[in-house]
Design a protein around this ligand. Structure first.
Ligand code: F6R
Length: 628
């Protein structure tokens, strides 16, 4: 998501931080900030927008500091050894989650008296409770962020030992975090801690570094400690002490980075798309867990989905483009199945020109990763002009669609760089599942126990996505076979049909193989004519109630010599003959799209690689489509 850098050592900290942040720019961000400590004083600067704005603001200080090159080091000596001459700093590029992109919401954040400075990646799930508690104690907040609770919490717990206060503070946090903390009370020290959000310590000679991502370190060092879950590192110029959650020292092994800068940006993956496919478990956790209680209750009111507003709607239109539209197709099945409310998925480019019959009783859900897609934006305006309620499901906080909608549910997938959408789709489907559960409860169509059961299954879902990712090797083999063909068909029924639609788009857009998705029962009404010996047909079977029907359609394909790849959980694949089975994790049928889409994305990815395509930047396509 966001980017963190930190430095403690003899160099002027500012140029080191800015150079590290520049190397994290590729991740996408909407604001940036730094806080450095030199001579006992904190210099902090935060700006919305590009890093260059921050640099321009800091130009006089940068000139005074000189460059980040090793030559700019302050000479050694006793003062350097005891840390009193150390220069310390933390920096951050923010990708907004809680609170719009703005100078105030940019990191670092500080406590009431500027004694504890914090940068944070991730989401603090219980920040509302903590904020209320701290405000009641008299703490004054300056931003809308979840992060700001951390410095105030440290302030309230500080008894002279920074690391101890940070350790105690993180015990109060729920959610995901990578934190770096700096304090003028401890001038030669940086404290870092992580939970479900990466942090890497860079080891120098007489200086140490911190970063959320390896590229930020490469200019300075290749020797690192990769922090594990719950670990805390206390950095000074000459030492790094790592402890586990229980405060016990951990002997870390040095990991020497051998990747080049471009590989490091991709976290060691050859393409951003593959990295983003693998980021899905984390992205789903970020999106789902803050909205689900331990018992599986959906907490939707915090997102503004109050019964008074939602209760007025009699039907739902899900409007979007491309992959986001395919997420809408899944949403249609979920909303109709769980909340028993009539729902239609529509292409935004069609919706806007067809004088849609929507009114006060209609909820229009617009779905968009970028929040800037021209057709989706126009559809949103059309819906509002007709009096419909508009809820946006968006990944980019503060984007046009987020600002123009009445209510917003954010997908906290983090920046998506590959043109082909993967983790954003999964998070869109996850949010739609939450919406369906919430509406189902409100409308009384879903018993409380069933809703909680599904909520608990959703909490466990990221682990099933991890399991699905573990099957990548076998999918790659199939992709190698598919890559030699020019036509591929995907079939499924119900939710599987919706996933098949996304599967065909993914394959088409990055491998340039012609692909079509068909409702399995529809094959025999025309398309079966295209099945000749060896035609690859991918069959998705995750819905027990539809298994027999889809398997009959599989037989129709087999009878014409088609080559069937069956993606199904073992319980539904058993007994299938004459087909290649790729086993999916066992999952509740309502949640199956979130698992089944993973091998579909991998299939497209490996087929594109096998055909030598430019996976991250497919021909003729752009990431954000702001024209009609
Ligand atoms: C395909 C893809 C596109 C987008 C579509 C809408 O992989 O990414 O089909 O889904 O252009 O974009 P957003 O979600 O930004 O509105």
């Amino acid at each position: 998501m966001c980017g963190i850098v930190g430095y403690v050592g003899p160099r002027p900290a500012l140029p080191v931080l800015l150079s590290g942040l520049a190397r994290l720019e590729y991740r996408g961000y909407d604001s940036a900030g730094v806080a450095v400590l030199e001579g006992g004083r904190v210099l902090a600067c935060k700006r919305e927008g590009r890093l260059s704005r921050l640099e321009a603001e800091l130009a006089p200080y940068l000139e005074a500091a000189g460059s980040a090159a090793p030559g700019a080091c302050v000479p050694g000596g006793t003062a350097e050894r005891d840390g009193s001459r150390a220069r310390v700093g933390i920096g951050h590029t923010r990708w907004a989650t809680h609170g719009v992109p703005s100078d105030e919401n940019a990191h670092p954040h500080a406590d009431c008296h500027g004694r504890f400075w914090v940068v944070h990646n991730g989401i603090i799930e219980n920040y509302r409770e903590l904020r209320a508690e701290l405000q009641a104690q008299g703490h004054v907040f300056r931003s809308e962020t979840d992060t700001e609770v951390v410095p105030h919490l440290i302030e309230s717990l500080y008894r002279g030992d920074l690391a101890a206060a940070v350790a105690e503070a993180v015990r109060r946090l729920r959610g995901s975090y990578a934190l770096a903390v700096m304090s003028p009370l401890h001038p030669g020290t940086l404290v870092a801690v992580r939970q479900e959000s990466p942090l890497v310590v860079g080891l120098g000679r007489g200086e140490n570094f911190l970063a959320s991502d390896v590229p930020a370190l490469l200019e300075f060092t290749r020797d690192t400690y990769i922090l594990d879950e719950g670990e805390m590192a206390v950095l000074s110029p000459h030492a790094v002490q790592v402890t586990d959650r229980g405060g016990r020292p951990v002997a870390k092994e040095v990991f020497r980075v051998t990747w080049d800068a471009s590989m490091a940006q991709k976290g060691g993956y050859p393409h951003f798309m593959l990295k983003e496919i693998h980021e899905q478990p984390g992205a789903l956790r970020q999106t789902l867990l803050p909205r689900l209680g331990e018992e599986g209750d959906v907490r939707a009111e915090e997102d503004g989905l109050d019964p008074a507003w939602l209760g007025r709607f009699r039907r739902v239109h899900l409007v979007a483009c491309g992959t986001a539209y395919h997420a809408g197709l899944v949403g249609k099945y979920l909303l109709e199945g769980l909340a028993r409310i009539p729902a239609e998925a529509e292409l935004a480019s069609e919706f806007r020109y067809r004088q849609p019959l929507v009114d006060r009783d209609t909820l229009v859900v617009v779905i968009s990763q970028s929040g800037e897609t021209a057709d989706t934006r126009a559809a949103l305006r059309e819906a509002r002009a007709r009096g419909a309620g508009v809820l946006a499901i968006v990944n980019v906080v503060g984007s046009s669609i987020a600002r123009e909608a009445e209510r917003v549910l954010y997908t906290w997938a983090g920046p998506e760089i590959a043109v082909a959408s993967t983790k954003a789709y999964s998070c869109q489907v996850a949010v739609l599942t939450l919406l369906a559960l919430h509406l189902g409860r409100l409308r009384g169509t879903l018993p409380a126990e069933e809703s909680r059961r599904l909520g608990r299954s959703l909490r466990a879902l990221p682990a099933l996505v991890e399991e699905a990712l573990a099957g990548a090797g076998r999918v790659a083999e199939v992709a190698g076979q598919v890559a030699g063909h020019e036509d591929v068909f995907f079939i499924g029924r119900g939710l599987d049909y919706a996933v098949a639609q996304e599967a065909q788009l993914k394959l088409k857009e990055i491998s340039y193989i012609h692909a079509e998705a068909y409702a399995a029962g529809e094959l025999k009404h025309g398309t079966l004519a295209l099945i000749v010996p060896d035609t690859p047909v991918v069959a998705l079977v995750t819905q027990p109630a539809l298994r027999e029907k889809t398997m009959s359609n599989v037989e129709e394909v087999r009878a014409r010599g088609g080559r069937v790849y069956l993606f199904a959980p073992a319980s539904l694949a058993s007994g299938a003959a004459g087909v290649e089975v790729l086993t999916l994790p066992e999952v509740d049928p309502w949640l199956a799209p979130l698992v089944a889409v993973v091998p579909m994305q991998l299939l497209a990815y490996y087929a594109a690689v096998a055909r030598g395509c430019d996976v991250d930047k497919p021909r003729n396509l752009a990431k954000s489509v702001t024209v009609e």
